[in-house]
Design a protein around this ligand. Structure first.
Ligand code: PLP
Length: 218
């Protein structure tokens, strides 16, 4: 199957899932392009993808230079020493999970004369290493809002790695509840293996890699 065919299938399945849970839309598809060849990414963009997610700065910069214009989201773990490079290369940073990262990103964005859209990364799963604890999210949100160079627009979370679908749904419900306390319009939950649970929990952005592009290479 081509990338365009996979995208059409995902869009059709998403429309069915939305209808099944009484939603009328409001879900963006972020194509997760890490470890995917640039030709495949170009195919996705030609088929209508407008936003891509990458986990590594250098890999992203090399590929974006070869692609038509797209909105870029950093979705990897962020270290403060990479904040400058990330602020320069990306439009959105989804993985702000501690005050030091917010401060480093704000400083870098300020120096670039740029206002950076950010999401708080929440930890909603025992199988996940990174992310702020949901009970710390409001405090972190306040800190992020204190930086004029950052614009907080919601939360991102990675679901638990488990075959227990109810556990996945519970974790996503916690992310949705936390978004309501943090504020913002983006609930970035759901990947290739758990996007249906995410849509039912209110996801407004699915981060889809392998279901769109096939297995990652390299
Ligand atoms: C790799 C990755 C994805 C995409 O995963 P798939 O299972 O390939 O859809 C989504 N979100 C984050 C944060 C990732 O690192």
């Amino acid at each position: 199957m081509t990338v365009a065919e996979r995208l059409a299938r995902i869009r059709a399945e998403l429309a069915e899932e939305l209808a099944a849970c009484g939603r009328t839309g409001g879900v963006r598809l972020l194509a997760v392009t890490k470890k995917q060849p640039v030709e495949r990414i170009a195919e996705a963009i030609a088929a209508g993808i407008t936003e891509i997610g990458e986990n590594y700065v250098q890999e992203a910069a090399a590929k974006v230079a070869l692609l038509p214009p797209v909105r870029t989201h950093f979705i990897g773990h962020l270290q403060t020493n990479k904040a400058k490079a990330v602020a320069a290369a990306f439009d959105v940073v989804q993985s702000v999970d501690r005050p030091e990262v917010a401060a480093a990103l704000a400083k870098a964005a300020d120096a670039l004369g740029k206002r950076l859209d950010v999401l708080l990364q929440l930890n909603i799963s025992p199988t996940e290493r990174y992310g702020a604890a949901p009970e710390e999210a409001e405090r972190l949100a306040e800190i992020v809002r204190g930086h004029a160079a950052l614009r907080l627009d919601g939360v991102m979370a990675i679901g638990p790695v488990t075959g227990d679908r109810a556990e996945i749904s519970r974790a996503f419900a916690l992310a949705a509840k936390t978004l309501a306390r943090v504020g913002g319009s983006t609930l970035s939950i759901g990947m290739s293996g758990d996007w249906r649970e995410a849509v039912r929990a209110g996801s407004t952005m699915l981060r889809i890699g392998t279901a769109l592009f096939g297995p990652r290479t390299g």
